[in-house]
Design a protein around this ligand. Structure first.
Ligand SMILES: Cc1cc2nc3c(=O)[nH]c(=O)nc-3n(C[C@H](O)[C@H](O)[C@H](O)COP(=O)(O)OP(=O)(O)OC[C@H]3O[C@@H](n4cnc5c(N)ncnc54)[C@H](O)[C@@H]3O)c2cc1C
Length: 401
């Protein structure tokens, strides 16, 4: 069950808010997230397409099992939807994934080792001042503080977590600036062609590109993927996505501000404004905007100046002109404009989710495998879900030999 589904169901059942809080902390998919050591006699080599969380983690698992691999990444950096701004504030900002939605013990489980707590200390993210903006009115809902609690890194980021714990094991095998255009799995070996017309050959391939890239047919499959699989790929909804951070001279905003009905906002999580410096031991006033789907589309098509003007004037309306008065600087991460991401993350499914995920995950002739956040049934749209799907696919791949 995803976090969103869990909150939705609990609210429908009328679970009391304080109770929900403690249940929520233990209920979002952690049980299925056990990464036992893999056992393999597989002797072939593997190509992984994409160096986001799923691709990097797949490489990490192969490395631990002594299996030869290469990761082909289209862009000039690894990380995918894990990205950070190092110097905007006096703590690093997560421009993509930011919250740890399940118990932070997941970090040690992913890395399969103990994590340096001095670097990766986490905070309980439990905003104390909670407001909504609805019908031109600002309302307090501080009672929600008993409901909502997750975690965040205190002085590091999701990107740092991978960079320090996963990347050192795989860095020699990552090839950047290699957009894959074609996968040919007709013969014994699988052959991939990259935009610079180079070919890479392997026994197996793991495709971890965002589902949006498959929907837009950015990669040609030879032979074509079965129609049922193509249809299933089309049934995953991925909307726009954007994050904006602004430094202000003064903190005039609550710890978190959502739009419209508070319970709807809690379950849908399409747009909210938050104190990005909350519990970060920082003297800086950094406000964040998180927006996905149609709420994000209102910004993603604009240029940088238009985006910031629009957002500041929205904040001015809510906070009586204080945003423009106290504005210092901003940074925008428009995920919809990233050429190899093109959106936020899998949000909903046009049909039965497990059937769709199962169909998209089906390997092609036991040679081409698929992983990524959209293909995790229990932790979809989250970093640990990307890892979980990579783990499952690597386990299957090396078992099938
Ligand atoms: C705004 C936003 C906020 C989020 N917040 C959170 C959060 O708080 N907590 C959380 O757990 N998760 C969050 N997520 C989700 C999380 O970031 C993702 O679930 C996860 O990082 C996805 O990893 P992935 O490996 O599946 O995909 P990606 O990270 O997208 O990796 C795919 C990689 O494939 C590469 N690629 C694409 N096409 C090609 C090609 N043709 N050839 C080669 N390479 C290619 C891309 O460049 C990319 O590096 C957020 C995401 C967004 C966008």
């Amino acid at each position: 069950m995803t976090r969103q589904e869990f909150i939705e169901r609990s609210l429908l059942m009328g679970v009391s808010l304080p109770l929900l809080s403690s249940v929520l902390l233990q209920s979002c998919g952690t049980e299925s997230l056990i990464f036992p050591n893999l056992d393999s006699s597989f002797k072939g080599n593997v190509i992984i397409i994409g160096a986001g969380a799923a691709g990097m983690y797949a490489g990490y698992l192969l490395k631990q099992n002594g299996i030869e691999f290469k990761i082909l990444e289209a862009s000039s950096v690894y990380g995918g939807r894990l990205k950070k701004a190092e110097n905007f504030a006096n703590f690093p900002l997560d421009l993509g994934a930011e919250w740890i939605h399940v118990d932070p013990k997941i970090l040690g489980e992913i890395a399969n080792k103990s994590i340096d707590q001095s670097v990766f200390e986490t905070i309980d993210y439990n905003p104390q001042t909670i407001k909504t903006w609805k019908n031109g009115k600002l309302k307090s809902h501080n009672y929600i503080k008993n409901l909502y609690s997750e975690w965040k890194f205190k002085r590091s980021t999701w990107f740092d977590f991978f960079e320090q714990n996963i990347v050192p094991e795989i860095t020699d095998s990552v090839v950047l600036n290699k957009p894959v255009l074609e996968i040919n799995y007709e013969e014994d070996k699988v052959i991939t062609k990259t935009a610079d017309n180079e070919s890479y050959e392997a026994d197996k391939i793991l495709v971890t590109v965002p589902i949006k890239m498959l929907q837009n047919e950015q990669i040609t499959f030879q032979p074509e993927m079965p129609q049922a699989k193509r249809e299933a790929i089309g049934k995953v909804y991925v909307g726009d996505g954007i994050k904006i951070f602004i430094e202000f001279n003064e903190k005039f905003y609550p710890d978190i501000l959502s739009y419209g009905n508070i319970f709807k906002a809690l379950t849908e999580e399409n747009k909210f404004v938050y104190d990005a410096a909350f519990k970060k031991d920082s003297d800086k006033n950094i406000l964040g905007l998180f927006a996905i789907n149609e709420k994000a589309s209102a910004y993603t098509k604009l240029n940088e100046q238009e985006i910031i003007s629009k957002f500041l004037s929205e904040l001015d309306e809510i906070f009586e002109g204080k945003a423009t008065t106290h504005y210092k600087k901003h940074i925008i991460q428009n995920w919809s404009k990233e050429p190899y991401i093109q959106g936020a993350y899998s949000y909903s499914f046009d049909g039965n989710k497990s059937e769709i995920v199962n169909m998209v995950s089906q390997p092609l002739m036991d040679k081409v495998y698929f992983a990524g956040e959209a293909l995790s049934e229990d932790n979809q749209a989250m970093v640990q879900g990307a890892c979980e799907s990579a783990y499952k696919m690597i386990a299957r791949m090396i078992k099938e030999g």
